[in-house]
Design a protein around this ligand. Sequence first.
Ligand code: ADP
Ligand code: ZN
Ligand code: ZN
Length: 846
Amino acid sequence: MKYSMAKVIVDVPSRETDRPFDYLIPDGMQGWIEVGSRVGVPFGRRTVQGFVLSLHEHTELDPRRMKPIQELLDLVPPLPADLVKLAEWMSGKYACSMISALQAMIPSALKGKAERYISLAEPGEEESIGEAEADGLFAAPLLLTGEEEEIVRYVQASGQVTLDHLSAHFPGRAGEIKGLIARGILAETQMIKDKVRKKTVKTVAAAVSGEAAEAALASFSAQAKRQKEVLEFLLEVGVPLSLQEVLSTLGVTAGTVHKLAEKGFAAITDVEVFRDPYKDRRFKGSAPLVRTPEQEVVYGNVTEVLDARQHGVFLLHGVTGSGKTEVYLQTIERCIELGRQAIVLVPEISLTPQMVERFKGRFGGKVAVMHSRLSTGERYDEWRKIREGRVQVAIGARSAVFAPFADLGLIVMDEEHETSYKQEETPKYHARDVAVFRARQHGAAVILGSATPSLESYHAARSQADDDFAPLLLEMKQRPLGSRLPGVHIVDMREELRDGNRSMFSRKLHEGIASRLERGEQTVLFLNRRGYSTFVMCRTCGYVAGCPECDISLTYHQKSNNLRCHYCGYAVPAPSVCPECGSEHIRYFGTGTQRVEGELAKLFPGIRVIRMDVDTTTEKGSHEKLLQAFREKKGDVLLGTQMVAKGLDFPDVTLVGVIAADTALNFPDFRSAEKTFQLLTQVAGRAGRHQLPGEVFIQTYMPDHYSIVHASRHDYLSFVREELNHRKTLHYPPYSKLILVTLSHEQLPLLLRMAENFTGDLRAKAQRLGWFGSLDRFAADALDILGPVASPIPRIKNRYRFQCMVKYRGTLDAVRLVRETAAATLEQLKDASLQISIDVDPQMLM
Ligand code: ADP
Ligand code: ZN
Ligand code: ZN
């Protein structure tokens, strides 16, 4: 079939360009252009990157007025057609542009930008530039100044140079260069350039064999002894070797090998290689374990769907250590046997080295790891292994859900309740929803695993009310190794204070640590990061250093001794006297973990503490190193923030202490009880996972809070029941859906007016549709609008922020309503600096 026209989504981020544009397909590209191809197309006066959305035989437009596609950037389209469909769905669901959805799916290496190249213009018929020398060349009418001539000569000598290079070489001559282009003496072309290239190595092989080889060997002169040696070696080995290896083995120079190649006796070729970040690592192999009866049920359910190539979603609620990971491994094995591929999603890959090890150990080279700390090139290579079908399993955080497998059979999402599965930047997608959509496209299964499923997933499984998302609930309550869940004690810190203990450690936790030190067992101490930020305060006047652009306090960084804003990056050296009153009593309140570390050293002289927080884990691989050190028992205590709560599994950890459990409870977020419950359950699960029994102390000022009480009893169901009641009364998810709209602008009065306009407009439209103000009544379709109010962080990067919250239920298309209203508001103002951001199903209410 001959396609004459392609619809292309261009990489130009604006509301006006968020639609397909039509381009002609040149004859030479017939058969190469596909849906999902990445192309360079002329757009206005530029060349931009774009993605082919669809191909058409005919065009309604006049072909003479259409521009052709300029370049095809890859032989294999980076996006299979199903991902292009997925992007369309995302754009509707999350109110994001098509290009932002498509860009989220490809590695950053492929986010090419146009480079502008300058060369001599093609000779026209009459005024041929031809072979003539420069003096004869530029006779009238091409009168050039000396400076212009210099530029032209330079371009002529170089053949082709980038505009950046040329303007750097001739500083201050932009006018001349532009003039030469305008007069058609120099030509400008644009080409998309990728950020990284495929990596290649030079290999060498003998290019002769048999009698020809004999003759070749006989032909070397005495001086060419080294060349002869190389050829003998290549003939003996018989397979291509890397040039480097040949040089180092024989101790010859590259010149020798090249001479051999010039004579036609050897061939030097560039061979593409994959950068493998794990190439120097050995993984312990692991065979499948005999399934427990509980695992058998889960395995049976999932493989039934897999074998039948059906779509099915399972919510696997299994206590920590119940063998969920083993089930993932075995179902994936089945998936691979069926010739299909699997994706494993983990909340944050650098925090789950043990997970990666288990998958690598079981499946070896079949696994691609999409690690956030890989270099752009390494990530691109892992991605290519997936796209080219060289691996069957992809493991990674959120964005691995887009792994471009051809026949996806299974998607596993571990710790499905984690907030990191929601992307906070555009496109603001949730990997769980994307996983379910993709699985439906492929007729694939999804396992959502957690010891503390999100209320949304659990409610959906229980009520089976939603056609799109009604997972089947599967449970695992036993630990295969027979170990018991640890005993959890709540420690009332108010009582400690009443009894005169002003330390951050309760007496019980203190005793616990002391006895572990004596017995040579290990302790994990957990500190909730929230509420413990590091700020600078003057003890004399109470001054707190704040960011001049954003309404938040600056954070102290010990290493660089400066103060930094976490929102905009603003940084200043830490002052030694108070900028307000000149007092020297200005104090740096170190991170919570630093303070705890100091206190531990004081109370237990000689104690070995491994601290894991943002300050100690900035370097690549530092998490792994710290955890390895702890595993090798080079530390008595592992102290950290959220990072230590994730799936770690150490046999000698018998004590877990939570320093302050309730810091997150006071957060203005309707999920704070749920988050606290999940975190405590997760931390508690770190103790006594093996033979030694475990013990957990939760220190709190709110010992009666239901999330703390239920977490201490490992009682997920009671927690859920109580929490769902609250949510129902207040119409929060899962009993409603939310859309958070944030408007921002530099001028406060203008912003206020626009926020009022927007909300008023939205209300009026919803009222006309009969949706508005009905959440408290029993209507199936109902919607309420809260706000506008100042955002919890009222100013970021000198922009004021107001927000409004849409709460709704039923089948009404609120996303569309919000999107259209936002577009109308922007249209009305015609001020590009007003921004309206739409967050569908927000996880963070900031
Ligand atoms: P989870 O992912 O639910 O925390 P894991 O899969 O890590 O649980 O299992 C916890 C421990 O139990 C691991 O040490 C694992 O090797 C072991 N285990 C899991 N399944 C079995 C089984 N069927 N037989 C024996 N040991 C098992
Ligand atoms: Zn002061
Ligand atoms: Zn700032």
